[in-house]
Design a protein around this ligand. Structure first.
Ligand code: PEP
Length: 251
């Protein structure tokens, strides 16, 4: 049985004090939630403070990125050990904004996934097609390449620690959501790729999240789909009330 996972991706928003303040109200709002795993991904600068604030609660914390090398002359970068040191258990890798604005490729995603796993961080690997790719009917080719290249060289034990976030680029921050059926089709395809690469048991264990304008109003229909195991949420995670509502989609 896969436990649903709801992730709040705060992107480049919130100072340390703003982040801690929203976490304080979030903790109260979700105190009774046991059936959904909750993960917040603040900016690097707030990770340590947010990790301190969530101690003893049902909220986990992840980073939004890392660099694959363990140390050295890489000005401005953050190593897997540095992320772990703040108390994080997860890290987002290959978000479409990083692919689009910061030149991330499937190859760098693969290096980051290995760097994260080596230190004991669970990678959340983001994949998804652009509008142009969907219109050209190459969605499934794009997804297959992103999965296979991103997971290259991983053992089955490492693969099950990975979370996949399917985020059609045209649905991120646009208010346009993929229909539950559109998303389910891709999620089932992702699971099939894992079953072919590894075994059914590995594919059955991997959580595949949907991301792209998820909000408290559309989350239930998405979560009804058999292969949608949670959400990666941007805008609707920035306020505790809307994110708590979304997390409690089944209540
Ligand atoms: C995201 O941050 O990955 C995302 C899907 O953003 P939004 O929910 O705002 O579309």
């Amino acid at each position: 049985m896969r436990k649903p996972l709801m992730i709040g991706n705060w992107k480049m928003n919130k100072t340390i004090s703003e982040a801690v303040s929203i976490v304080k109200s979030m903790k109260n709002a979700v105190v009774d939630v046991t059936d959904v795993e909750i993960l917040l991904c603040p900016a690097f600068t707030a990770l340590y403070a947010v990790n301190n604030e969530v101690k003893g609660s049902n909220i986990n914390v992840g980073a939004q990125n890392l660099f694959w090398e363990s140390e050295g002359a890489f000005t401005g970068e953050i190593s897997p050990a540095m992320v772990k040191d703040t108390g994080c258990s997860y890290v987002l890798i290959g978000h479409s904004e990083r692919r689009q604005y910061f030149g991330e490729t499937n190859e760098t995603v693969n290096k980051k996934v290995k760097g994260a796993l080596a230190i004991g961080l669970n990678p959340v690997v983001c994949i998804g097609e652009t509008l142009k790719e969907r219109e050209e009917n190459v969605t499934f080719n794009v997804i297959e390449k992103q999965i296979k290249e991103g997971a290259k060289g991983l053992t089955p034990e490492q693969a099950v620690l990975t979370v996949i976030a399917y985020e059609p680029v045209w649905a991120i921050g646009t208010g346009k959501t993929a229909t539950p059926e559109q998303a389910q089709k891709v999620h089932a395809f992702v699971r099939k790729i894992y079953a072919n690469m590894y075994k059914e048991e590995v594919a059955d264990k991997i959580r595949i999240l949907y991301g792209g304008s998820v909000n408290p109003g559309n989350v239930s229909n998405l979560m009804e789909q058999p292969d949608i195991d949670g959400g990666l949420v941007g805008g609707a995670s920035l306020e505790s009330e809307s994110f708590a509502k979304l997390i409690k989609y089944s209540k």
